[in-house]
Write a protein that binds this ligand. Structure first.
Ligand SMILES: CC(C)(COP(=O)(O)OP(=O)(O)OC[C@H]1O[C@@H](n2cnc3c(N)ncnc32)[C@H](O)[C@@H]1OP(=O)(O)O)[C@@H](O)C(=O)NCCC(=O)NCCS
Length: 159
């Protein structure tokens, strides 16, 4: 990972909404693609908050290039609307994978959740990285998503 890598609020770099949108469309085609119900640019613009959810973080390199992103959202998995908030929309650009970018993003999302008063957060995913398991994320349930079966994980942020 580059030494000058940093994590910023999307709210502080709104110009990144436009280049992030096609990454979301490609990764989550059933939801953000032409036939899907979601609109990537609208969702990203909605995440331009610092002190309220939804908020998105972006990992950028020294040249300001996008390395990855993650968000803290009130809702994520439709079957589990009773749970909130969620680590969601986590994506690392392919050539930067495997170097801890997502681990750094998750840690910052957790800090922001705690700062905003949340005691636990959830994620719906096909699995979590070993770094997440090691840091206390535990499997809670399973669910169906537009991309097939997923697992719900929880992390207690305090106590
Ligand atoms: C899942 C994802 C965010 C991980 O990002 P990352 O920065 O590579 O994560 P880290 O470096 O912190 O951890 C690496 C983990 O990702 C896995 N991984 C997935 N694809 C990888 C790739 N192309 N290269 C290297 N590692 C990869 C590794 O196996 C490793 O898992 P492990 O720790 O259980 O062995 C990234 O692979 C991604 O954007 N995937 C597509 C979107 C997605 O599935 N998002 C999660 C659901 S919201």
């Amino acid at each position: 990972m580059p030494e000058d890598f940093k994590i910023i609020y999307l709210a502080d770099a709104r110009e990144l909404v436009v280049p992030l949108a096609p990454l979301f469309i490609e990764e989550w085609e059933p939801y953000y693609g032409r036939q899907g119900p979601g609109d990537a640019e609208t969702d990203l613009n909605d995440c331009c908050n610092r002190d309220a959810i939804p908020l998105a973080l972006v990992a950028i390199d020294g040249d300001g290039e996008i390395m990855g992103t993650a968000a803290l959202k009130a809702r994520s998995i439709e079957t589990h609307r009773h749970l909130s908030p969620w680590l969601a929309a986590m994506f690392v650009v392919e050539r930067h994978r495997g170097h801890g970018v997502s681990a750094a993003l998750v840690a910052e999302i957790e800090k922001n959740a705690l700062r905003l008063g949340y005691q636990r957060i959830y994620v719906g995913s096909r699995g979590v990285t070993s770094a997440m398991r090691d840091s206390g994320w535990t499997r809670l349930d399973e669910a169906e998503s537009l991309r097939g079966p997923i697992e719900i994980y929880v992390k207690e942020l305090v106590g």
